[in-house]
Design a protein around this ligand. Sequence first.
Ligand SMILES: NC(=O)c1ccc[n+]([C@@H]2O[C@H](COP(=O)([O-])OP(=O)(O)OC[C@H]3O[C@@H](n4cnc5c(N)ncnc54)[C@H](OP(=O)(O)O)[C@@H]3O)[C@@H](O)[C@H]2O)c1
Length: 280
Amino acid sequence: MSTILVAGATGYLGRFIVAELHRRGYQVRALVRDLGRAESPGIYGSPGLTGLVADWCIGDVTNPRVTADLAHGVTGVISALGVTRQKADLWDIDYRANLAILDSARRHGVNNFCYVHALGAEHCPARITRAKTAFVRELQASQVTAQVISPTGYFSDMAQVLDMARRGRVVLLDDAVRINPIHGLDVAGACVDRHVAGVSGEWRIGGPEVLTWREVAECAFRILDRPARITVLPRVARGLLVRQPWWDGVRFAAWSMTHDSVGESIGRQRLLDFYNVILA
Ligand SMILES: NC(=O)c1ccc[n+]([C@@H]2O[C@H](COP(=O)([O-])OP(=O)(O)OC[C@H]3O[C@@H](n4cnc5c(N)ncnc54)[C@H](OP(=O)(O)O)[C@@H]3O)[C@@H](O)[C@H]2O)c1
């Protein structure tokens, strides 16, 4: 039975990838920092990894001793590794650590590598997306068969809109910008499909519903059974948030909320159902 290394296995997406590989009969080697946390359920319905992992690699991906032989004996690598909530240098993780894993794959003769990128990243001025795009260039220039999966925003990010609605008001930067957000389960299915098919390419994917940000906010208020209270910031504020150099996460979020992000509609999970599940 072939073994696939999953980097970022404790993340919102990584957990669904591990579960999907296990469901399809693959052995999983999971790179995690904390076994206890890995075995507990993740955020927003993402699964705990108990019973899903054949081989644990425990350590920090910035440590070269952890990454050197990560890919020994595996047939493929799926990386959902990245900085979202973690306090870390973006280039250390999204670029250098992914590069170290790619080096490990090359040295151990592993010729199949799937990387989770972000839709539209190459146009976004934030450091996070520049680091991810730089890694994609290295991956595509390597001799390895590379699957680049570029999703829109995950449902886990849409949970922040629900949180604002719970507090009484959703603040938007542009209510007409469109997105088809996607559930981690659906991204995981696409990663595994493309990875096991073993051909190179880039896939820009999103969920089944194309919504404006206003519709996302209305969906959150509907599930709470409250009247929609939505504030759209003036255009000048949007520009300032995208251009300010201090908070990269804010810059990334502001850019994402002011540019259409619509990928090929895949999957079946709907935002209203996701909101229902996390409220239950
Ligand atoms: N969220 C979105 O809407 C979105 C949209 C498009 C693309 N993406 C991309 O999709 C990928 C997965 O996103 P996500 O929302 O699932 O992120 P996430 O929940 O933050 O998961 C990131 C994973 O990377 C791991 N990681 C970070 N630093 C590490 C380190 N120093 N050593 C070992 N592991 C480390 C985390 O481990 P810990 O659990 O130990 O921190 C976690 O397993 C990311 O690359 C992200 O940029 C996200």
